[in-house]
Design a protein around this ligand. Structure first.
Ligand SMILES: [Zn+2]
Length: 168
């Protein structure tokens, strides 16, 4: 597994991005890298996570939300494809999809947010975006593409670092 971004650094949980906060943790990996379920569970839903219809410099990527047997809910996002469907049971370690190319680096310009321009400079257009919840995440008007457009952290959003450290 790639190294976790240290607290307060780009890609870390609840990173302050000016008008938004990062809802999860980014694990930078090449597009096509396998993404596995961290624990046993059941796929709650799958679907499109980002699309150029929402933000021009986004590619189409997908998400998988799994209700894990330990009681947590995880969103595995910015995937290039899906290897499981809603309702499927998954064992820990099962491949659920592959890392996608979320950013269209050629469309990132001066007016895009600074943290996106930093990613372009570093050539980081692909990653797993990973979120952990203590109850099932639903649609939220303040949420888009892995960020919360609010400085108030939702009560059911948890720090993924601890979960991932326990899983490896
Ligand atoms: Zn992210």
């Amino acid at each position: 597994m790639p190294a976790l971004p240290p607290e307060g650094t780009p890609g870390s949980f609840w990173e302050d991005r000016g008008d938004r906060h990062h809802a999860g943790l980014d694990l930078y990996a090449p597009a096509g890298a396998r993404v596995v379920s961290i624990e046993d569970g059941k796929v709650l839903s799958t679907g499109i996570f980002t699309s150029p219809d929402q933000v021009p410099y986004w590619n189409v990527t997908y998400q998988v939300i799994i209700a894990h047997d330990s009681g947590i809910f995880c969103r595995y996002a910015e995937l290039g494809d899906l290897a499981v469907g809603a309702g499927a049971g998954v064992d820990g370690g099962k491949v659920i999809g592959h890392v996608g190319e979320v950013l269209n680096l050629s469309l990132i310009a001066a007016e895009t947010p600074a943290y996106i321009r930093d990613l372009k400079r570093q050539g980081r257009g692909s990653m797993l975006h990973f979120e952990v919840f203590t109850s099932a995440p639903g649609p939220d008007p303040n949420y888009l593409g892995g960020n919360w457009f609010s400085s108030r952290k939702p009560a059911h959003l948890a720090d993924p670092a601890r979960v991932l450290t326990d899983a490896v």
